[in-house]
Design a protein around this ligand. Structure first.
Ligand code: HMG
Ligand code: MG
Length: 305
C-alpha cells in the first residue's frame, strides 16, 4: 500500500456538515467553529455557501459568517457558489476561493441545483471565468461519484467526463464526492482510475461519506493511487436528520488518527481538533459521530477526573 508523505485536509464541516442541520445554528457558533478549526492547523476550512436560502436556509447567513470570521494567514476559506449571483455575493464578502458543484448523474443534478449536467457546466463557465479573472481560486466538486440515490450505481466514465469538464473550466482541483457513501475501496479505485485518465491524479481530492463505514478504507485506497487531498468534517457532521441511518462526511478526527498513525503529515493538531468537535456537538446538542473524537473526549474526561 502506497501513501503520500503529506496530505491536505479540507475541512467541510461548517458547510457540508451544518447545511443539513434542521435547527438553525447561530452565526456565532459557526464563526467560533471555523476559527477553532483554523487554529487546529487545518489549511482549508470551507466556511459556507452562497446558495439560494430557499433551498438551503441553514446557509442564509453566509455573508455574515464571512464578515465575522477572523481569517488566519495561510488558511483558505472556500465557499460554494452555484451561479453568478452566488459568485457576486461571495466576491462582495471578500471570498478568495469559491467552489462550483456538479453531479455525475442527471437526477442528482436536477435535485441539487435544478438543472441538467450540461446546463450546470454552462452556468459554471462564466462563474469560473469571472472568478479566475478576479484572482480567486476555483475548486470543483462532482457529487454521487459511486452511487446515486435516484439512479443507483454510477458509471466511472460519467464521473471522469464531468470532472474533466470542471478541470477544463479552470478548477485547480476536483473533489470527487461519494455523496451516498456507497463506495468500497475496490469501486473507489475503479472510479479514480477512470477519472485519472482525464484529470491528473494530483489534481483530484477525495470526499467520502461514512454511511456504510467504508470511508477510511476508501481514503487508503485513494492514497494508494496517489490522491493526497481529502475533505472531511469535524465530529462527522452531516447526514440528513429525516433519514434514519444516514451519516455525514468522514470525521476529520478519524482521518487524522489514521494519517498520524501512518506518519503522513497534515499540520493538524489532534487535541485542538477534538476540542473543536466537542464544542460543536455541545453547541448544537448532537452526539459526536467521530469514533476517535469520542475516544479522545472520554480520555480527556478521565484525565480531568
Ligand atoms: P432555482 O430555483 O432553479 O433558481 O435554483 P432561480 O434562479 O430560479 O432562483 C430562485 C430564487 O433563488 C430566486 O429568488 C433567486 O434570486 C434566488 P426569488 O426571486 O424567488 O426571491 N437565488 C439565490 N439566492 C442567493 N444566492 C444564490 C441564488 N441563486 C438564486 N446564489 C439554485 C437554482 C442553484 C439557486 C438552487 O438549486 C440552489 O441554491 N441549490 C443549492 C443546493 C445546495 O446547496 N446543495 C448542497 C451543496 S452540494 C453538496 O452538498 C454535495 C457536496 O458536498 C459533495 C458531496 O457531499 O458529495 C459538494
Ligand atoms: Mg459531502
Amino acid at each position: 500500500m502506497k501513501y503520500p508523505a503529506a496530505v491536505r485536509l479540507v475541512e467541510v464541516g461548517p458547510r457540508d456538515g451544518l447545511q443539513n442541520e434542521a435547527a438553525m445554528v447561530p452565526t456565532d457558533v459557526k464563526v467560533e467553529l471555523i476559527e477553532r478549526l483554523a487554529d487546529a492547523g487545518l489549511p482549508a476550512v470551507e466556511a459556507t455557501s452562497f446558495v439560494s436560502p430557499k433551498w438551503v436556509p441553514q446557509m442564509g447567513d453566509a455573508a455574515e459568517v464571512m464578515a465575522r470570521i477572523r481569517r488566519k494567514p495561510g488558511v483558505s476559506y472556500p465557499v460554494l457558489v452555484p451561479n453568478m449571483k452566488g459568485l457576486e455575493a461571495a466576491i462582495a464578502a471578500r471570498a478568495e476561493e469559491v467552489a462550483v458543484f456538479a453531479a455525475a448523474t442527471e437526477s442528482f443534478s436536477r435535485k441539487n441545483i435544478n438543472c441538467s449536467i450540461d446546463e450546470s457546466i454552462d452556468r459554471f463557465a462564466p462563474v469560473c471565468e469571472t472568478a479566475l479573472a478576479k484572482g480567486l481560486r476555483v475548486r470543483g466538486y462532482v457529487s454521487v461519484v459511486v452511487g446515486c440515490p435516484y439512479e443507483g450505481d454510477v458509471d466511472p466514465q460519467a464521473v471522469a467526463h464531468v470532472a474533466k469538464r470542471l478541470f477544463d473550466l479552470g478548477c485547480y482541483e476536483v473533489s470527487l464526492g461519494d455523496t451516498t457513501g456507497m463506495g468500497t475501496p475496490a469501486r473507489t479505485q475503479r472510479m479514480i482510475e477512470a477519472v485519472a485518465r482525464q484529470v491528473p491524479v494530483e489534481k483530484l481530492g477525495g470526499h467520502f461519506h461514512d454511511t456504510f463505514g467504508q470511508a477510511l478504507g476508501n481514503i487508503l485506497a485513494s492514497m494508494d493511487l496517489g490522491v493526497a487531498t481529502f475533505d472531511c468534517s469535524v465530529a462527522g457532521l452531516g447526514g440528513c436528520p429525516y433519514s434514519p441511518g444516514a451519516t455525514g462526511n468522514v470525521a476529520t478526527e478519524d482521518v487524522l488518527y489514521l494519517l498520524d498513525g501512518l506518519g503522513v503529515k497534515t499540520g493538524v493538531d489532534m487535541t485542538k481538533l477534538a476540542q473543536a468537535g466537542e464544542f460543536i456537538c455541545q453547541a448544537i446538542d448532537r452526539p459526536n459521530a467521530s469514533r476517535a473524537g469520542r475516544a479522545l473526549a472520554a480520555r480527556a474526561r478521565r484525565q480531568a477526573a
